[in-house]
Design a protein around this ligand. Structure first.
Ligand SMILES: C[S@@+](CC[C@H](N)C(=O)[O-])C[C@H]1O[C@@H](n2cnc3c(N)ncnc32)[C@H](O)[C@@H]1O
Length: 181
């Protein structure tokens, strides 16, 4: 089975802009930041997390792979436009908490929805954003429900929004992919 993150990464890689601007909205240990750096080698990646340890681990991972095209920012993703106000080619939200980390430091509905809405406005035509949701914990379940509620109201002339979900495993993580026409 293809993992849900891989689905979004494949979509982003298909239309990658090597000079583009991408955002990792939830940096964590940096694997997603590393991926975004690899599809935009002459471009720029902005990566956000609220935990200093995420920035340290991601900086180490990028250095191991000689990636120098990312800016790592210690702030909540809903503030991303303070650091970059232009258009983006794509991005990833890998919501929830860091596996093996502090489970109380998890993404929260209010700031997640605000960041997702602003990222959709910043998204270039032809670009895509992946949002991975983990409904196995309560905040994750509610976050996913609110996102789906919001997505169901989005103008279909402007965006397509897909959901990839294992219907026979109700609490398993799922991916939503936003594409701008
Ligand atoms: C599932 S992990 C991300 C995994 C990561 N992308 C990777 O490749 O390792 C979720 C991350 O979101 C971060 N986070 C929680 N709230 C946030 C917020 N408001 N803004 C940015 N990051 C946040 C957590 O600190 C955690 O590191």
């Amino acid at each position: 089975m293809v993992g849900i993150l891989q689905l979004a990464k494949d979509r982003l890689a298909q239309n990658a802009n090597p000079n583009g601007v991408y955002i990792d909205f939830t940096m964590g240990r940096g694997r997603d930041t590393l991926f975004l750096c690899s599809i935009a080698p002459q471009g720029k990646v902005y990566a956000f997390d609220i935990q200093p340890s995420a920035l340290e681990q991601t900086a180490d991972l990028l250095a191991q792979h000689n990636m120098t095209n990312a800016e790592l920012i210690l702030d909540s993703h809903h503030n991303f436009a303070k650091y970059y106000g232009g258009e983006i080619d794509g991005g990833l939200f890998n919501l929830g908490f860091l596996p093996g980390g502090d489970k109380s430091i998890t993404t929260q509905r209010g700031s997640t929805i605000s960041a997702v809405k602003d990222s959709m406005k910043a998204l270039k035509h032809g670009g895509a954003i992946g949002v991975a949701v983990y409904p196995g914990h309560e905040e994750g379940r509610l976050e996913g429900e609110e996102l789906q509620q919001y997505f169901s109201t989005v103008d279909k002339k402007e965006y397509d929004i897909f959901i990839y979900r294992l219907l026979n495993v109700p609490e398993s993580p799922y991916m939503m992919i936003i594409e701008r026409h």
